[in-house]
Design a protein around this ligand. Structure first.
Ligand SMILES: Nc1nc2c(c(=O)[nH]1)N[C@H]1C(S)=C(S)[C@@H](COP(=O)(O)O)O[C@H]1N2
Ligand SMILES: [Mo]
Length: 334
């Protein structure tokens, strides 16, 4: 399953931009037969070919939220501008180019919504659209987000700890893991209509955490960013944010949370097991088989070509989670 790209692995770290990594990630999908030559030609977001033919005017409605700003989560790093947070996205259900989600998700219907918490719990819960914003106190939390493609952002999310929902559902003692599922609705999500348009992913997109990771206070269920409800392209109406793990763990537009006693399957691991592990903790010492993870491009207010490379930090700088992994060999359990 591992496809070799000698040219990429030979190039020096400072020559490898996240844009080339992103192209490389797509090249893997192409070699597996999932992306056509046409879409591979669309290499930069600005020149991206829009597979689905919609325009970029934003019609999806967001609304202001009420929230507190607890001190411990107000870090001092420079925020990534809102316009970049909402226009440079990975959401393969709406296309595989960075500019596809904003172009193709504008008609996405999120109300009514139904999120269920089920499986090994004593009190299964079903939350409707309004419940997502009213059942739990909302907090603003500024988190770093590090994509596996070696770019990063600083985003002011709004949401509540996943632990709050899980506690309410009363986990059984046999529960060891938490499995998450994105909405499956090919009518609304063009990427789900064929393996060609959706990057080869077997939808719905699924993710998972160990129960202790899920219960950590940093693990956020996000319903908003920059003071408002989430734009569709960022995972409306509710998505996960696990700031010490690579971005692909932060599954969007969630409809199901299931407690289980077995390690759940996860989308990118199913696609390329050697490249994407279950844990996916940000780790500058464990390189992706095809590129270095030692540094990242921080997306700020500069243009795409602005040089803004910074060293990647262990656990993305969230060292307090280290105790979750004591005794584990993180080079093997990547
Ligand atoms: N359902 C779903 N969730 C997803 C993805 C996706 O393609 N589908 N992409 C992931 C990846 S690779 C990243 S980096 C983040 C990007 O989140 P953002 O677009 O809000 O920055 O979402 C993650 N969650
Ligand atoms: Mo990502």
């Amino acid at each position: 399953m591992l496809i070799k790209h000698p040219k990429k692995s030979d190039s020096k770290e400072n020559q490898v931009t996240d844009e080339s990594i992103y192209k490389d990630r797509r090249r893997l999908l192409k070699s597996l037969g999932f992306i056509g030559a046409g879409s591979l030609l669309s290499t930069t977001p600005s020149h991206a070919l829009n597979l689905f033919g919609s325009d970029e005017s934003q019609t999806f409605q967001t609304k202001a939220l009420k929230f507190t700003q607890p001190k411990p989560y107000q870090i001092k790093e420079k925020l990534t501008p809102e316009q970049k947070v909402i226009s440079h996205n990975n959401f393969y259900e709406f296309g595989t180019s960075k500019s596809d989600p904003i172009a193709n998700a504008q008609e996405f219907k999120v109300d009514p919504w139904s999120l269920t918490i089920e499986g090994l719990v004593e009190k299964p819960i079903t939350l409707g659209y309004e419940d997502l914003f009213s059942k739990f106190d909302l907090e603003e939390r500024i988190y770093r987000m590090r994509c596996v493609e070696a770019w990063s952002m600083v985003i002011p999310w709004i949401g509540f700890s996943l632990a709050n929902i899980i506690k309410q559902a009363k986990p059984m003692s046999t529960a060891k893991y938490v499995a998450f599922e994105t909405l499956h609705d090919p009518d609304q999500m063009p990427g789900q209509r064929s393996r060609f348009s959706g990057g080869g992913i077997d939808y719905p997109y699924v993710e998972g955490l160990r129960l202790d990771e899920a219960m950590h206070h940093l693990t956020l269920m996000s319903v908003g960013l920059y003071g408002k409800t989430l734009p569709a392209q960022n995972g409306a109406p509710i998505r996960l944010v696990v700031p010490w793990k690579y971005g692909f763990k932060s599954i969007k537009s969630i409809v199901k949370i299931r407690l289980t006693d077995k390690m759940p399957p996860t989308t990118w691991n199913l696609l390329a097991r050697r490249e994407y592990g279950f844990y996916a903790n940000v780790n500058p010492q464990v390189d992706h088989p095809r590129w270095s993870q030692a540094s990242e491009r921080r997306i700020t207010s500069g243009g795409l070509l602005t040089r803004n490379r910074i060293p990647t930090q262990m656990f993305n700088g969230y060292e307090e989670v280290a105790s979750l992994y004591s005794g584990m060999d993180l080079t093997k359990l990547y």
